[in-house]
Ligand binder design. Sequence first.
Ligand SMILES: [Zn+2]
Length: 327
Amino acid sequence: MKKTLAILLAIVIAGLALAACTGRGEEGAKYDYLVLVNKQNKLPDDWESVIELEDAQNTLPEGVELNENNDYLPTDVFKVEKKALAAFRALQADLEKDGIIILLDSTYRSVARQEEIWKEFEEEKGLEYAQKYVAVPGYSEHHTALAIDICLIKDGVIINDNEEMIAEKELFAKIHKRLADYGFILRFPEGKEAITGYAYEPWHFRYIDSPEIAKEITKKGLTLEEYLGKTPDAPATTEPDDTTAPAAQGIVGTWEARDYPDMNFIYIFNEDGTGSYMGESMTYVIDGDKISITYVGTESFDTTFELNGDELNIVDSLGADTIYIRK
Ligand SMILES: [Zn+2]
């Protein structure tokens, strides 16, 4: 029994390692468009040496003029990842047809530049201030060149102040609706602050390349962390499809391998089809006596189970069984 369990675990661990290495971007792409960079996840070391950057500048659409007192138009030469920029231009053109004008306001920022900013702030305002207000070099999504902050032009006036932008609810609703069509997601949505580590930023778009995945993320109201199953020290809260609702409610609960106490061989089956095994987040689907378990970010494994009151016998893929008791 012990051996099979070990084999089963080895399969699970190998699966996790594989998922971590291959990434899930487009086949043959030089880099993973789903790369996760946040306060816990650092930019991959070789990222800046492989990313394909392109220069971009803002121009006003024909017939659009700024009001006289408007002196701020972001005229820098921005750098954006090649495909992300093409997708952004297409999004911009699409919105323009409906009279909505969005411009680049902040894009790629190198780790080196972030270090300079950090030092400037630390010298001028102190370490505490820098820690509170400046992203730690290496941990900003803007390093990926896949993140774009936009600003708006409305009635000839540039809107780029954070609070003013948050107030433009209707306008942003229209913009957000089209993001997924071009492979973008809203990276820091409202109500997900605990997961992303950032307050709501209606202006910060993240290119992930695949409109299909972007649509799935948007439709399910997920963050990139949730989609990838990498929420900060908590089980993934990925909403299961309707089909994952467990048929056998009896399995809901916490189960520990009877013959291996203190080994953390613990299954948790939640009511909503999520759960964990040995602390690893998973989702599960039950069909009769068959159970299909999918570890977040890896492939699934299918097996059968037998439920006898407070004893749960899970047969692993090799045909051996392990008895779990309700905790
Ligand atoms: Zn941003």
